[in-house]
Design a binder for this molecule. Structure first.
Ligand code: ADE
Length: 242
């Protein structure tokens, strides 16, 4: 994944990008993130980036000029880009969106809004407007990080163990099954016997059953979208009888 991030607070992203999987993905050349401070593209002695809204009302609105200028600057290299505006009004970001983005050849630009919003004309720059959930954040920075993180995990080679991705909750369309590590007994809480049995088929069945149970209890809405196998249907009817 290659991306440029337009933000007023690049340091918010720097800290997260310096650690763990995202750090290693950058070292391996699988992730390339360039941060641009929108303020560097503002004009005038005060380097103003926001202004009061026309029509009145509380709060400030991000001005269009610095963001347009930043885009003009990025476009000088003639690289084809997919521009994403982060905002609570956008299309919901899902695991399926992450999968689509992970196959995208173009470089991304993430425009992080702030304050009460961005001037409506900034929307014309974006190919897509994306939200990470039905809540309002102080700015788009956390949303950009969420997207970069979720997409990078899907880039081949970014995770140490490629299999762990296939086993992840949302790749099954279900919530995750329980995980345990040593010790086998901790403060009276035991690891289920099946996990130490060495019987891989039984372990798989137990995990599938636990994932179905958890999804049914915590996110019944997801159950409507998963493709259930005949075995799943049998497991579910057993669960419901319990
Ligand atoms: N900016 C503020 N809130 C947001 C959200 N929920 N998703 C994406 N960007 C945002």
């Amino acid at each position: 994944m290659k991306c440029d991030v337009l933000t007023l607070f690049p340091d918010i992203l720097t800290a997260y990008l310096k650690e763990s999987i995202l750090k290693r993905a950058q070292e391996k050349g699988l992730l390339d993130v360039k941060l641009y401070n929108i303020r560097d593209f503002s004009s005038g002695p005060h380097r103003t980036v926001d202004d009061a809204p026309y029509g009145g009302g509380a709060g400030m609105v991000l001005k269009p000029e610095p963001i347009y200028r930043a885009m003009d600057f990025l476009r000088k290299d003639n690289e084809n880009r997919k521009v994403i505006l982060l905002s609570p009004q956008g299309k919901p970001f899902r695991q399926s969106t992450a999968e689509t983005y992970s196959k995208e050849e173009r470089r991304f630009v993430f425009i992080c809004g702030r304050y009460e919003g961005v001037d409506e004309r900034v929307r014309d720059l974006a190919d897509e407007e994306v939200s990470i959930g039905d809540f309002v954040l102080t700015g788009g920075e956390l949303a950009a990080l969420v997207i970069i993180d979720a997409v990078t995990r899907l880039v081949p080679g970014a995770l140490g163990d490629e299999k762990s991705k296939e086993d992840e909750s949302f790749s099954w369309g279900l919530l995750d099954y329980p995980h345990y590590t040593r010790p086998r007994e901790f403060r009276g809480m035991k690891v289920p016997d099946v996990l130490v049995s060495g019987d891989h088929k039984e372990i798989w069945l137990w995990r599938r059953r636990e994932a179905l149970k958890k999804t049914l209890r915590m996110r019944p809405d997801l159950m409507e979208k998963v493709e259930l196998t005949e075995l799943d249907k049998k497991i579910l009817s057993d669960i419901k009888e319990e």
